[in-house]
Design a protein around this ligand. Structure first.
Ligand code: PEP
Ligand code: MG
Length: 323
């Protein structure tokens, strides 16, 4: 089965009634690009840039970052490459950043919050992104956004970087998309407001699940509570997709749920346009998409939203398979 799926990995993933789904890869370093392409990735839906910072013992320079981002963009040509800005804090420590010890690091000074508070560090990354933009189709993604000002402030810094680079005659692409991760419940709940300020939204179910269910994603003692198939999480996914459709922007998902083959039909029914996952999962998910029908997927999704528990959602999927 896996071999069959691999043979067709390079083909598009379109449902039986013609809805085209984008299936992208999550990567953590430029060296992951080959595997992504070999598995049929039609783009990168999440490039976690933390590695660049973690493998160094000091802040990576604009030049070093430009090289890394350019390498990925070049490999994908005119296909979208979503690069996420620095997401440290929470469980991701960075020794030389001297992050203060926090009582609740996941609720603390992390990701976009850290970047906006340290504009010089953020601007170095934004400039590197702008400089690499001429090599492909760059989509910049902000992590952990929970309000509109964060987006506006980040965009203002991006504009500042653009002006500064242009003053030095450095070429930059015109069409760079700016979007956010929806991984904090607030962002999903008022996604309609945020959607007006961005070009795309990508749902990070790993954090969205942890914050919605108040269950630490790395704590084994609450692991039995942590399931992205919880109807409460799925309702937030639906809300986000509805807001994206209303605003005419792309709704993607780059958390683990996107690569969960049990959930593919429901995710399509909820209205996602793009799913991004670890490269190895791509061929199977594409295979899963091909025989589906949008209308029945939508019905199944609606039924999933009404379930009482994640177990009930998964059972619902199982019962579909038997039919
Ligand atoms: C997520 O939170 O779902 C996500 C994709 O980001 P990370 O796993 O890097 O926190
Ligand atoms: Mg996250």
């Amino acid at each position: 089965q896996r071999e069959e799926a691999l043979k067709k990995a390079d083909m598009d993933a379109e449902t039986a009634d013609g809805k085209r789904m984008q299936v992208f890869a999550n990567i953590g370093s430029p060296s992951d690009v080959d595997q992504a392409i070999a598995n049929g990735a039609e783009g990168i839906g999440l490039f976690r840039t933390e590695f660049l910072y973690l493998e160094n013992d000091n802040w990576p320079t604009e030049e070093e970052q430009t090289q890394a981002y350019s390498r990925v963009l070049k490999a994908f040509g005119d296909k979208p490459v979503v690069i996420r800005t620095l997401d440290i804090g929470g469980d991701k420590d960075l020794p030389y950043a001297n992050l203060p010890t926090e009582e609740n690091p996941f609720l603390g000074h992390r990701a976009i919050r850290y970047c906006l508070a340290n504009p010089e560090i953020f601007k170095t990354q934004l400039k590197a992104l702008l400089r690499s933009s001429i090599h492909g189709d760059l989509w910049i993604m902000l992590p952990m956004v929970e309000n509109l000002s964060e987006i506006r402030e980040a965009k203002a810094l991006l504009a500042e970087c653009r002006t500064e680079l242009m003053q030095s005659n450095i070429p930059i692409a015109d069409s760079i998309k700016v979007g956010i991760m929806v991984e904090v419940p607030a962002a999903a709940i008022y996604a309609d407001v945020l959607a007006k300020e961005v070009d795309f939204m990508s749902i990070g179910t790993n954090d969205l699940t942890q914050y919605t269910l108040a269950a630490d994603r790395g704590n084994e003692q609450v692991a039995h509570l942590y399931d992205a198939a919880h109807p409460a999480v799925l309702r937030l996914v639906k809300k986000t997709c509805d807001a994206a459709r209303e605003a005419g922007i792309v709704a993607g998902m780059c958390g683990e749920l996107a690569g969960d083959s049990q959930m593919t039909e429901i995710l399509i029914g909820l209205g996602l346009d793009e799913l991004s996952m670890s490269a190895g999962a791509i061929p199977e998910i594409k295979e899963k998409i091909r025989p589906l029908h949008s209308e029945s997927a939508q019905k199944l999704a609606e039924e999933a939203l009404r379930q009482e528990s994640p177990e009930a959602v998964r059972q619902l999927v199982q019962s579909q398979l038997v039919k």
